[in-house]
Write a protein of this length. Structure first.
Lengths: 202, 583
């Protein structure tokens, strides 16, 4: 099978992804970079966004679907190939979207306790990762925030996770690199490429 | 090369390509990004208007004057513009006139669910409903052509998932459209006696549109060898394609007026026809009225909230959907909240302490109803705070406060204030003056001193305007002043006539705050007595160290000073400048 045929067969499949986290963590950018990479690869692609009051410090949830022809922009629960979670509680909140056999939860080992909720610190599910594994989800945890901090900017945790995601998607390396180079402003480009590589090699 | 574009930006692009020269609206989720994007095309005059009615009327004038026009608003904005919308179709337009109604099923960022197709039905204007980002672009031009051909305003309806998703869009060039000739004609544009003559023309136009609908390329049939058919419109079409891939589809791009013969013929081909539309049974009811009986619709899919492929699958009994993992673990909610440093916080702290009844309005400050403040007791619609407070006082309630943002006040707060003053109310009103339309992402409003494109514009002096209305007691306070804010509210409540407090300070999203170079505050642990007073200002940037000291997140701190104001031992102060540099 030639590489071209193999790539075309992969494009025929529809990939369902969910990106979640807390407002300000760069969830939308991670989703956008993935959608742009998929488009650059030649796939049809759709991405949802949330605007307005739901953005104020709350949960952020965005769906990306790509393949030969994508209809719904929304992913159906139980059908996601990957859940990319920048925060642990949010990983749990959306875990049911992931396909237990063919899907994976890629989670940043990082906690943001909802400050405005009474008793949140006591009830926060600190055991989120074990719990999700127990429930039968395939899960890979990365200290993305820590890795990003070591590289000079905690805000790149999203791109570290993208590096990890790139290993489970069929998009070739150079597509990811070109996408990052095109989308990320020059000032932050080098650092983000490093963050991506760190996530990929983790 | 196709571009990945937000549908709202595709609408803007479509307007530009189709030769639109005038575009107006008022910010409202999920419609705001259209004009924010369109402003980058210099060939189009793009503006925020005082409210949707004004935008619609300005658009109406521009259209009868001969230009192609786009007017944008969220679903409830059309209620505000409805006065103009109901009359405009009598005269008909001249230049193409398309208005966006961005509906919000599921109430992601709205006070109600409302299917605006009924407003178009009432106004007797056609509705077009795209299903992809590409169509969002294309339908603007198609709508403008229809508008000119049938001499009518056209509603382009989107819903949240359509407006706020990105898809691949093929871009085109701008086609310049010459100004159409305008003849001032009282018989067409004025007085009821002439309108009576125009009334039958509305029906004749609808009939012509119905004939057009039968063969319009906007209504598309996708045949299938199946016992199941689907009639659908809007984003629900995409969900239906996923949930019922084997079904024959009639997708209505023109969802009003409907094509009776096409619908009858289509439904005759299938045993069961599902009518799948987000919102109310708008299409379904009209199909039943045509005498079509093999339909299944709202009784199965429901009319509340958003649709999704999963919801359709579940309703059709085609598989059980996994549920959230909340059986034996608490998925703590993460409700939206005021930004770090938001000037509204001090006002709601004061209102909570004063134990007053608060009639609220539409803006970020609806979050004042949520914990920890719980100091807003009603929120209805734009400008309602003042009338509601006046009414509560008529019912004998004391210590009532109305609270409204500056942009909302300009939108529809001025007539109720004039009313309250003229009708002898003892209104206490707080105007949260943050120089912007905050909740939709910080858009300038008319009077904020800036245009949508960032150019300087006349700035309205709200305090002076309120005085001109006849309010004698007007206090302007710094919104971050923890002492001055409650003092002013108390004085206003004690005043025996209408009194207004203007709590002033820019929104933290504006460059005045976001872009300024102010040192963040920090806690000097050698002075801190762990009295916890600073925690009671409920700033999300303040957390606790392992040794139980407060810790201020220096990247989030906006230097609003509120925590420092409540610190008795003066243990909170700005990070010394030399240390900032050293770090």
């Amino acid at each position: 099978m030639t590489e071209e045929i193999r790539q075309n067969e992969m494009k025929a499949e529809t990939f369902n992804l969910l990106f979640v986290g807390v407002g300000g963590q760069g969830v939308l950018l991670a989703a956008e970079l993935t959608a742009l990479a998929a488009a650059r690869w030649g796939a049809d692609v759709k991405q949802t966004e949330v605007h307005g009051v739901s953005q104020r410090g709350g949960t952020v949830e965005t769906h990306v679907r790509f393949g030969a022809a994508v209809h719904s922009p929304i992913v159906t629960p139980g059908q996601a190939h990957a859940l990319i979670a920048l925060e642990k509680l949010e990983a749990l909140r959306f875990a049911h979207f992931v396909h237990k056999k063919d899907g994976i939860v890629l989670v940043n080992d990082y906690e943001v306790v909802p400050g405005s909720v009474a008793g949140a610190a006591e009830h926060y599910p600190y055991n989120a990762l074990d719990y999700a594994r127990q429930k039968g989800f395939q899960l890979r945890a990365l200290s993305a925030t820590e890795i990003a901090a070591d590289l000079g900017n905690v805000r790149m945790a999203n791109v570290v996770l993208l590096g990890a995601l790139s290993k489970v998607l069929p998009l070739p390396d150079d597509i990811w690199r070109q996408t990052l180079e095109t989308r990320i402003p020059e000032k932050f480009r080098e650092a983000n490429l490093k963050a991506f590589a760190a996530g990929r090699d983790h | 090369m196709k571009e990945l574009l937000l549908s709202n930006k595709a609408i803007a692009r479509g307007a530009w390509e189709a030769g639109v020269k005038f575009a107006a609206g008022y910010p409202g989720t999920p419609s705001t990004e259209i004009l924010e994007s369109l402003v980058h095309y210099p060939e189009v005059h793009t503006q925020w208007s005082a409210n949707e009615k004004v935008a619609f009327e300005e658009g109406m004038g521009a259209a009868i004057g001969g230009l192609r026009v786009l007017v944008t608003m969220k679903h409830v904005g059309v209620n505000v513009a409805a006065d103009a919308l109901m009359v405009f179709p009598y005269a008909g337009t001249n230049g193409g006139f398309v208005f966006i109604s961005a509906d919000d099923p599921g109430m992601h960022s709205s006070q109600n669910e409302q299917d605006n197709r009924y407003l178009a039905l009432m106004a007797k204007v056609p509705i077009i409903e795209p299903v992809t980002a590409q169509e969002c672009k294309d339908f603007v031009g198609i709508g403008l052509d229809l508008s000119e051909e049938f001499d009518t305003p056209v509603m382009l309806r989107t819903t949240t998932r359509l407006a706020h998703h990105k898809g691949l869009v093929e871009l085109g060039k701008r086609g310049e459209v010459p100004l159409r000739e305008f003849t001032p004609d009282p018989k067409r544009f004025s007085v009821p006696i002439y309108r009576k003559q125009l009334r039958p023309q509305l029906e004749a136009r609808l009939q012509r549109l119905t004939d057009y609908a039968e063969s319009s390329p906007l209504n598309r049939i996708e045949c299938a060898e199946s016992s199941i058919g689907v009639v659908t419109a809007g984003i629900a079409y995409q969900y239906a394609r996923e949930a019922l891939p084997e079904a024959g589809m009639l997708r209505l791009g023109l969802s009003y007026p409907l094509p009776p013969q096409m619908l009858r013929d289509f439904c005759a081909r299938y045993e069961t026809v599902y009518v799948i539309e987000e919102g109310e049974a708008f299409i379904e009811d009209r199909m039943r009225a045509l005498g079509i009986t093999n339909l299944v619709g709202k009784e199965l899919f429901g009319n509340i909230g958003e649709y999704s492929p999963g919801r359709l699958l579940a309703a059709l009994g085609r598989g059980e959907l996994p549920q959230p993992l909340d059986a034996d673990i608490t998925l703590i909610p993460r409700p939206p909240m005021f930004c770090v440093g938001c000037g509204h916080r001090t006002v709601f702290s004061a209102l909570r302490q004063l134990k007053v009844t608060v009639a609220g309005d539409i803006g970020c400050y609806t979050m004042g109803a949520l914990p920890p403040y719980e100091a807003e007791h009603s929120t209805f619609c734009m400008g309602a705070s003042i009338g509601t407070a006046f009414g509560l006082q008529q019912a004998g309630h004391k210590r009532v406060v109305a609270i409204i943002g500056d942009s909302t006040f300009i939108h529809s707060g001025i007539p109720p204030l004039i009313d309250a003053v003229a009708n002898g109310g003892k209104l206490t009103l707080i105007i949260l003056d943050n120089s912007t339309t905050g909740m939709t992402g910080a858009q300038p409003y008319v009077g904020s001193g800036q245009t949508i494109g960032g150019q300087a514009a006349p700035k309205l002096n709200i305090a002076e305007m309120v005085k001109a209305i006849g309010v004698e007691k007007v206090d302007v306070v710094d919104t971050w002043d923890r002492k001055a804010v409650p003092r002013a509210i108390r004085a206003a409540l004690a005043h025996d006539a209408p009194a207004v407090v203007v709590a002033q300070g820019p929104c933290v999203m504006l460059p005045e705050i976001k872009g300024r170079d102010a040192p963040p505050y920090y806690v000097d642990e050698s002075l801190c007595t762990q009295c916890d007073a600073c925690f009671k200002v409920w700033c999300p940037a303040i957390t606790r160290t392992d040794e139980n000291f407060p810790l201020i997140n220096s990247t989030e701190c906006t230097s609003c000073t509120v925590c420092a104001q409540v610190c008795a031992p003066d243990a909170i102060y700005p990070w010394p400048q030399e240390e900032v540099l050293a770090v």
